[in-house]
Design a protein around this ligand. Structure first.
Ligand code: NAG
Ligand code: NAG
Length: 326
């Protein structure tokens, strides 16, 4: 073959491959949105240096991801995501956490790839008990660890710290639910007073875009096709998420964190976005008053999704606090 023929051949091969990738993406977009999102999440997890793992406890499977190994010279940090999210939500911020630490992010019951039981109990006390099961199942209780959670996850880790302090070095609560905030948030105003649809459980792509706008302070551009993709993937589980929302806002446990703040004895860090539209930042005043051993930081120009919007600042505050605990 002559050199020019080889060039033509290579050009044709490249064109064919590009065409195949486009056909795959288009088919995926319309036929298997979940497959595309799965590939995207796997890629993010891989880039952030995590390995996906599972562990079975009876008929329940916990899925989690892990980076690094436990040792006497590095810290173990366990990350707990918020309502209707998954462990994947931490990939972004993990780039800002030191590679020398041992990091675990869990999929809460029914979220991500952990076992989903539609009729299961997802109240905060049950989720705390589940987290404790997980901690024992993978042997985390053999060393002390730091436990961090955001939103619903912040509620869970705070209650966990009040009930199982002996294995914790510290607890980090990022804009946790579970506090009766003195001021109503924009989200609660929208849903309770203006009768808007609960965009935290998006039914349409427009709902998803509204949610995307409201969870941050400064709008992070999101292409329509991506919003549609994420909506399609979540929609089949909307009934499940509605049930979880009912469980976590059950009148008996809605403000459980507030009731146990005085029982939290391990060092506690509270982080909140000044412009949080989902859970009002005035909750910190309630927390400061009752938490004994605590530090509070309010991040300016930041909304509810701290770890997405200000990943470097959030990670820096976390690591400074963790170092101060040793
Ligand atoms: C943690 O410590 C162990 C043992 O000292 C070491 O092998 C490892 O590289 C450290 N970092 C991570 C992320 O595991
Ligand atoms: C973890 O907690 C259990 C139960 O309270 C306790 O027996 C164990 O010693 C703790 N482990 C560490 C490393 O503190």
């Amino acid at each position: 073959m002559e050199f020019s023929q080889i060039l033509v051949f290579l050009a044709l091969m490249t064109a064919c491959l590009t065409l195949l990738v486009w056909i795959f993406c288009l088919l995926g977009y319309f036929l298997w949105p979940s497959l595309l999102v799965e590939i995207f999440q796997r890629w993010n997890m891989y880039r952030a240096g995590f390995t996906p793992k599972t562990i079975d406890v009876g008929d329940f499977q916990f899925c989690y991801m892990e980076r690094g190994l436990p040792s006497d010279t590095n810290q173990t940090i366990v990350l707990i995501h918020g309502f209707a999210a998954s462990k994947d939500a931490w990939c972004y911020m993990s780039h800002a956490l030191p590679k020398t630490e041992h990091i675990i992010a869990l999929d809460l019951p029914g979220h991500g790839k952990s076992t989903r039981k539609h009729d299961g109990d997802h109240t905060i006390p049950t989720q705390v008990a589940k987290l404790h099961q997980f901690v024992h199942a993978i042997g985390l209780h053999q060393r002390k660890f730091h436990l961090a959670g955001i939103s619903m996850g912040g509620h869970i880790v705070g209650v966990y710290a009040s009930r199982h302090p002996s294995n914790l070095s510290s607890v980090i609560m990022m804009c946790p639910a579970g506090i009766d905030a003195p001021h109503l948030s924009e989200f609660l105003e929208d849903v309770l007073h203006k009768g808007e649809r609960n965009y935290l459980i998006p039914e349409t792509t427009e709902d998803f875009l509204t949610m995307w706008k409201k969870v941050v302070h400064r709008y992070i551009p999101l292409p329509y096709f991506a919003a549609r993709l994420f909506t399609e993937v979540r929609k089949p589980f909307n009934e499940f998420y509605k049930k979880v929302l009912l469980d976590i806002t059950h009148p008996d446990h809605r403000f459980l964190l507030q009731n146990v703040l005085e029982d939290i004895t391990v060092p506690a860090l509270v982080l909140w976005g000044e412009n949080d539209k989902i859970i009002h930042v005035s909750s910190v005043n309630v927390m400061k008053e009752k938490l004994k051993n605590s530090q509070v930081h309010i991040l300016d120009r930041c909304g509810h999704a701290l770890s997405l919007e200000r990943p470097w600042k959030t990670a820096k505050l976390m690591m400074e606090f963790i170092s101060s605990c040793n």
